[in-house]
Design a protein around this ligand. Structure first.
Ligand code: SMG
Ligand code: MG
Length: 380
């Protein structure tokens, strides 16, 4: 991925908050979500408008970021740095460097970079998929299934998704909802269903023997069993468990990815642009994993059509050899804010091909769900 794009002039950055209800509650080991309060970034340049979606949650429970904090850090620290950039014209490839003095806040940085990249690609008439280096037109679509109220309810839900054609099922797990749900899903739907689990940090270093009880079920992977800061703990677990260990929350940069791989903490990596500070760093992680023979897959953060289109573009890179959490928009939303919601086509989703991330906003619906907007203008 080289930066051969014509630079752009940013005129204004709008921060728009929207509120969207989920079609069904989504329960993980750390929370139950009924709606998302989402921060969108809209960048206006000379000849284009670009959009980015911030994936930070309503509360700081997945990571330390949360939507109110992301908006605050953008207004007080990130956007002023972008506007103070020495020369007026900028590339999205400059953004991470400009924002580097501000520690962490990767979801906020990622949303700004995404909006700038989208605008720049639209001005250059290049698609995001092409720019990132995607090689596919369609990618298989996996679905993440929340913790259910009962095993019967879980079977009904998973059966529905399999009927819809999803290519892979991921079950959320937590202590007490771990071996049994997997056993029941395997017994009901057979050994051929591609299946994996995600613990979102809910287990401890002592749980190696428990997690090894998942081995007979032939899972693709166990995602993030231990807390995000415990790389050594994951290496210990990986030695006790036959199922491959995959990291999500722990992998916040390409440096951490290399470290985790070299220390034997994971043999698969989940890549989420928001968690790592942007799509450009996501590609770097893809590359360092590829060089080390570690397959990757694209995670999801319950995105609207904005983030979802960008995730599909990323998932077309060659080392995304495992199926991602890129379900159809209707898995989470009754109505999407874009005119081209992601749809399932025989268990796959299509990479957007228009310039930028390839979608158009549904303006009237976006207005309906907007709860606030703030516009910041560059003085250049
Ligand atoms: O967007 O399909 C999606 C959700 C996928 O399970 C998913 N994401 O840890 O991987 C993960 C979770 C994080 C979000 S939970 C609110
Ligand atoms: Mg996860």
């Amino acid at each position: 991925m080289i930066d051969d794009l014509k630079k752009i002039n940013i005129h204004s950055i709008e921060l728009r908050r929207i509120s969207l209800p989920l079609v069904t509650p989504f329960r993980t080991s750390f929370s139950t979500e009924n709606h998302r309060d989402i921060l969108l970034v809209r960048v206006e340049t000379d000849d284009a408008v670009g959009w980015g979606e911030c994936v930070s949650g309503n509360e700081p429970l997945y990571s330390n970021e949360y939507v109110e904090g992301s908006q605050r850090v953008m207004i007080d620290h990130l956007i002023p740095r972008l506007f103070a950039f020495r020369s007026r014209a900028m590339s999205a490839h400059d953004v991470a460097q400009i924002l580097r003095p501000v520690k962490d806040h990767r979801m906020a940085k990622a949303a700004l970079e995404a909006a700038i990249l989208d605008a720049q690609l639209r001005e250059n008439n290049v698609s995001l998929a092409t720019h990132l280096g995607s090689i596919h037109e369609l990618v298989p679509s996996g679905v993440s299934v929340g913790i259910a109220n009962s095993l019967d309810e879980l079977v009904t839900t998973v059966g529905g998704y399999l009927d819809e054609g999803y290519a892979r099922i991921k079950l959320k797990i937590e202590p007490g909802w771990d071996i049994e749900p997997v056993r029941v899903i395997r017994k009901t739907f057979g050994d051929q269903v591609p299946l994996q689990v995600d613990a979102n940090t809910a287990f401890t270093r002592e749980d190696g023997p428990l997690l090894a009880q998942l081995d007979p079920f032939n899972l693709l992977l166990i995602e993030q069993p231990l807390p995000e800061d415990d790389i050594t703990g994951h290496a210990l677990i990986a030695r006790q468990v036959g199922t491959p260990i995959c990291l999500d929350e722990s992998i916040v940069s390409s440096h951490v990815a290399i470290d985790a791989i070299e220390r034997g903490a994971c043999s698969i990596v989940n890549i989420k642009a928001g968690r790592v500070g942007g799509y450009l760093e996501a590609v770097r992680i893809h590359n360092v994993c590829q060089q080390r023979g570690v397959p990757v897959w694209c995670g999801g953060m319950l995105e609207t059509g904005i983030g979802r289109a960008m995730n599909v573009a990323l998932a077309g890179l060659p080392n995304f050899t495992l199926t991602g959490d890129i379900s159809a928009s209707e898995r989470f939303w009754k109505q999407d804010i874009v005119q081209q919601p992601i749809r399932l086509e025989s268990g796959q989703v299509r990479l957007p091909s228009g310039s930028g991330a390839g979608f158009e906003i549904d303006g009237p619906f976006l207005s309906d769900v907007t709860t606030s907007t703030i516009t910041l203008r560059s003085e250049n």
